[in-house]
Ligand binder design. Sequence first.
Ligand code: SF4
Length: 53
Amino acid sequence: MSIIDSIKQSIRNWLGVKETILCDTCKWDWRSACHHAERPNAVKCPDYDKRGT
Ligand code: SF4
């Protein structure tokens, strides 16, 4: 996770936003496999596929 991503996550936590980050459990969470700009902090994604299924 980059510093920018960490700051975004901290702000969300500070605001009490209860969003589930899909990328944390997605099997496409690799640079070469996913080209969505939202990665690694997508909270909505049509291509989400749970890792391990
Ligand atoms: S496919 Fe969607 S949920 Fe999965 S890593 Fe990419 S952006 Fe995240």
